[in-house]
Design a protein around this ligand. Structure first.
Ligand SMILES: NC(=O)c1ccc[n+]([C@@H]2O[C@H](COP(=O)([O-])OP(=O)(O)OC[C@H]3O[C@@H](n4cnc5c(N)ncnc54)[C@H](O)[C@@H]3O)[C@@H](O)[C@H]2O)c1
Length: 282
């Protein structure tokens, strides 16, 4: 029996999640607030399928079939009969609250509601619903069709059954899951990268080593694909400062206290690749 997925938000992440799910055989309804956003999302999916076909990684008829399983709409009611809903709208608690309140009233009792949030506690999102045990974090990584990981996050009340359904969904799309058993700020992935970037920035700030050598240490010594300072430039020093600051505020753990250097870089506009200058010149 075909399973139905609703994805709320057709941006970078939502369209990627819709793409891999449709390819895995899910009937997918993709919802955004404007036709323009939906067109951008579905055009992106089309282009990505075409690239996989051109590279010989996806058969043309499978791409057609997957695209055919996808419906784009501005009508939230289209999510009513979904088995799994994944929310991937802007990272703003008020917007997520509004959506989870509406979905909770709309979807069937057995459906699970997942959020792709990178940092908002799942418990905070679940609290506005009447089904907090059926709310879970399903944190995919960008670009979704390429990145293998899905970080599943248990909110304070998430049930084992909900976690199992979320895992089944993510694995059906070819992802490998890790489970975050406690709803801590930054989950596992953002905590790890934050700790590494903060220490790398402190070593650089205090003149212990150059940015190049710090990154080389991680690449050649630990086999990382990219060093922490190059990662900060790619992600955005501003984004990492914000993420690290949030973890520090929640945990009061000094190791997440963002170094002054990162604040001054953001004040000066040196936020990485986006601005042409970060720890490196781009
Ligand atoms: N960008 C990343 O690398 C990344 C990685 C992991 C997780 N995330 C998380 O995924 C979520 C989405 O991020 P993104 O990068 O795809 O953002 P994005 O800006 O590309 O897309 C967000 C989309 O949500 C839509 N939207 C806003 N309000 C809506 C509503 N009420 N109903 C339906 N759609 C609505 C917007 O129109 C937009 O198309 C965020 O919570 C983000 O933290 C992002």
């Amino acid at each position: 029996m075909a399973r139905k997925l609703a994805v709320i938000g057709a941006g970078l992440m939502g369209s990627g999640i819709a793409q891999v799910a449709a390819q895995a055989g899910w009937d997918v309804v993709l919802r955004d607030v404007t036709d323009e956003a939906l067109r951008r999302g579905t055009d992106g999916i089309r282009t990505s399928y075409d690239k996989f076909v051109a590279k010989g990684k996806l058969a043309a008829e499978d791409a057609e079939a997957a695209f055919g399983r996808l419906t784009a709409t501005t009508d939230l009611d289209a999510a009513a009969d979904a088995d799994v809903v994944v929310e991937a709208v802007f990272e703003k608690l008020e917007i997520k609250h509004e959506i989870f309140r509406a979905l909770d009233k709309l979807v069937k009792d057995g459906a699970i509601l997942a959020s792709n949030t990178s940092a908002i506690p799942i418990t905070k999102i679940a609290a506005v619903t009447e089904r907090p045990e059926r709310v879970v974090g399903a944190h995919f990584f960008s670009p979704v069709p390429m990145m293998q990981l899905c970080e599943l996050v248990r909110g304070y009340k998430t049930s084992d059954e909900t976690l199992a359904t979320a895992r089944e969904f993510a694995e059906s799309t070819g992802k490998t899951c890790i489970v975050v058993n406690r709803d801590v700020a930054g989950f596992v992935t953002t905590r790890l990268i934050s700790a590494l970037v903060v220490e790398a920035a402190k070593l650089y700030e205090s003149g212990v080593a150059t940015a190049e050598d710090i990154d080389l240490a991680c690449k050649l010594g630990f086999g990382h694909a990219m060093g922490p300072l190059a990662t900060a430039d790619l992600t955005g020093v501003d984004i990492l400062l914000h993420a690290t600051g949030n973890i520090y505020t929640e945990s009061q753990d000094e190791k997440f206290a963002p170094p002054e250097l990162m604040r001054r870089m953001v004040d000066a506009g040196d936020i990485g690749r986006k601005s042409g200058q970060g720890f490196y010149k781009h």
